[in-house]
Design a protein around this ligand. Structure first.
Ligand code: NI
Length: 255
């Protein structure tokens, strides 16, 4: 059974066929989808999805693209959201220096604040780090994020950084780019991660694996990520499915 640990099923790209998308995921062996939020509106939508479909768990939080909107009312809203039973993480939070949609100083402040929120709530965090490896590591260390741990999602760092974040109790989640031709650095990371620290995800509707590049991504394609990882590690897809699924349930406290 597969666990897609990072998708955005609230996205309006699924508005016309969300039910069919969930069915296709199930047909392809997906038993669990963590639908991840990027602001208050998507947090509300994702909580509703968890109430309507067994397959979903949710993460609530504000993405670095949206931190300009953050204020203390939003932190109180996130505290309320965390009381819903299928909310299992704070995310996605972090730094994005590729798009720089918000000033970096503002991104850093709100990354830190949401880490401390997660620590108060005793929930793991889902970290988005795009071209901000150094500052991400520094903030995770300074804020003692190891108290709650979590996931570095759509991992794009080095083997050395993977080692450091795993030492802090963070799992490494691999997404569709592992299937791309230029994935050399990522292949070394995939070979290096121990069985008990590996997760897989789609980041649907973004980042589709081959052969779907350029199209909408969906959770059923997490199977293609598992297949590619199995090939790189010289093991079976079933093994990758089993370990990543049980790792996901462990870190997010899902029975
Ligand atoms: Ni995402």
């Amino acid at each position: 059974m597969l666990f897609d640990t990072h998708a955005h099923l609230n996205d309006n790209q699924f508005d016309n066929d969300r039910i069919e998308t969930i069915e296709r995921a199930k047909e392809n062996g997906v038993e669990c989808i963590l639908t991840v939020s990027s602001d208050i509106a998507s947090s509300i939508e994702n909580i509703a999805l968890t109430q309507n479909h067994d397959i979903f768990y949710a993460a609530v939080g504000v993405h670095p693209h949206n931190v300009m909107d953050l204020n203390n009312n939003i932190i109180s809203a996130l505290i309320d959201f965390s009381t819903y039973p299928k909310v299992v993480a704070i995310g996605e939070i972090g730094l994005d220096y590729f798009y720089d949609n918000a000033p970096r100083e503002v991104q850093k402040v709100w990354f830190s604040k949401q880490i401390s929120l997660a620590k108060n709530l005793k929930l793991p965090i889902i970290v988005h780090d795009r071209e901000a490896h150094e500052d991400t590591m520094r903030i995770l260390k300074n804020e003692k994020a190891s108290d709650v741990g979590g996931v570095l999602h759509c991992y794009s760092g080095s083997v050395e950084m993977a080692k450091q974040v795993m030492d802090m109790g963070f799992l490494i989640s691999i997404a569709g780019p592992v299937t791309y031709k230029n994935a050399n650095k990522l292949l070394d990371v995939v070979k290096y991660i121990p069985d008990d620290m590996l997760l897989i995800e789609t980041d649907s509707p973004y980042l589709p694996p081959e052969p779907y590049r350029g199209q909408r991504n969906e959770p059923s394609y997490v199977k293609l990520v598992a297949e590619k990882i199995a090939k790189i590690r010289g093991t079976s897809v079933e093994h990758i499915a089993n370990i990543t699924s049980s790792n996901g349930k462990r870190i997010f406290g899902i029975q």
